[in-house]
Design a protein around this ligand. Sequence first.
Ligand code: ADP
Ligand code: MG
Length: 628
Amino acid sequence: MARAAGIDLGTTNSVIAAWEGGEADVIPNAEGQRTTPSVVAFTDNGERLVGQLARRQAILNPKGTIYSVKRFIGRKFDEIREEAEQVTYDVVADDQGNARISVRGKLYAPEEISAMILRKLADDAGRHLGEKVNEAVVTVPAYFNDAQRTATRDAGKIAGLEVLRIINEPTAAALAYGLDKQQHETVLVFDLGGGTFDVSILDVGDGVVEVRATAGDTHLGGDDFDRRIVDYLAEEFQKENHIDLRKDPQALQRLYEAAEKAKIELSSVTQTQVNLPFVTADQNGPKHLTATLMRSTFEQITSDLIERTMEPVKRAMSDAKVSSDDIDEVILVGGSTRIPAVQSLVRRLTGGKDPNMTVNPDEVVAVGAGIQAGVLKGDVSDVLLLDVTPLSLGVETQGGVMTRIVERNTTIPARRAETFSTAADNQPAVDVVVLQGERERAADNRVLGRFQLTDIRPAPRGEPQVEVTLDLDANGILNVTARDKDTGKEQGITISESSNLEAGEVDRMVQEADRNRTADQELRREIDARNELDALAYQVQRRLDELGDAAPPHERSRAEMLVTDARQAVSDQAPVDRVRELTEELQGVLAGLQAVSAGGGQPAGASDERSESSASDDDVIDAEFDRS
Ligand code: ADP
Ligand code: MG
């Protein structure tokens, strides 16, 4: 017999849960622990250690101990350059620019290191259950892009697991709580782990979980709290003994372990003792570290870390357009949410609500994944899973602006289509540039991919109808297609090595967009005004061509002059006032020309019709290459 399991492959710790007798249970590892450090070590004597054993020798083997590899999975080296400098082991680029771990003369893909962790979890669980674990649902942060999700899936494959589904961590957490929920609820998931912080706002109800917004901080977690205690203890020790323990790897390793232990104890007691006998020695003999750490001291030295969780919570709420009154439930996820000060802050931020911790915060994600595994194996009645896009998706259109097709925080799976047209007469092809981001100007956003739709039948500008469809599947993988409605010809791409945006980058882009909103809107108005003028000039020209000799000479020459001026203004990017002035004049001229065809009707009546039929509200996909 074989089994399906749910796996929370965490930055710091990983957890596995299997579906058994109507519920998902966490399975302890070979060391008897319910969480396994996501650490792999390659030792001096060629041994490979995974989990607690690897973690225990980390500081003594800084180059050979691989931790936080989740920060590198599915990433290009260029994107994680800074992050790479913060770890003690070597992260390098391979020939394709992918991030690789270099250890003891060998290169490993982050997927391979992750696979070693997955393998241990699955093997240990299999031994415990007495049957092989060969299928899994694996969780990833909500902001993981396609490349990161695909790489996580590959890690599963390398570990010999069939990955049934990749699901988002907050979604899994909600699932662990949400199954029995009858009525509709808004849930805030507050996930403070070892090195990362994530907030999500979800809609839960009737067996459906929908992620409405996410925010976070990629460099905030329990490790920061440990470091504060280490610094505090080391400084106290130094005051007395004039020795900096942080300079001695052996002592530092012990200090970190003691700090984490003290921190964990302070979650349930108000004072704890730190004892490190023989921590170092000087000419007078061995030295021992003994200190009492009060919870109040711990709270003082970490208060700024706790404060830092506020901003992302507020941002997620504002993105989801909810206030603290709208939040029905708060779910705490991640070991660090056991810290009492974290819990009181969460209570404060959510209008006094008692956070929900009935499912263990270290285990809740794995439990949810285990439930999803049960769903997919048909053991649990179906639960729908919905997530959101962290950033808007769209295409570049005339004037170098981004036209959004899928707005940020749209629930996925999502499929949106919009129809565009050409920017020039007889344009044989359009360039589809797929963008991700919040800025109005295309160049300020990220290019996810580009392709061409060719063989468009010769037609005046604005006539061909090209339908662009963005299709985001349940795993967050994006398919873009462009279809010529006339010929039915279709072209498309799957964004595979796509966005590679981390939450920090997402946050940065969103904040940048917020800061630049007014300027961007101004820019957008200018470009729209120019596009409108351009379209109008084109219409007038066409009208003149249609009328031929029927156009009164005086009106013709005025119209031709204005068309020339308008085109000049567009290409010179003239000030918006000038553009509007010309637009008005051209509108008048066009009305006059239309009246000619109508057999001398009233210009006023025609002018209404004209604005209706203006081509300018149709977005056009720019194609620079055939503007001739
Ligand atoms: P991740 O999701 O980042 O892999 P976890 O959710 O397992 O990690 O969180 C790990 C962090 O939680 C570690 O920093 C650990 O010290 C901390 N932690 C675990 N239990 C407690 C506790 N009782 N009190 C405070 N911190 C805790
Ligand atoms: Mg986690």
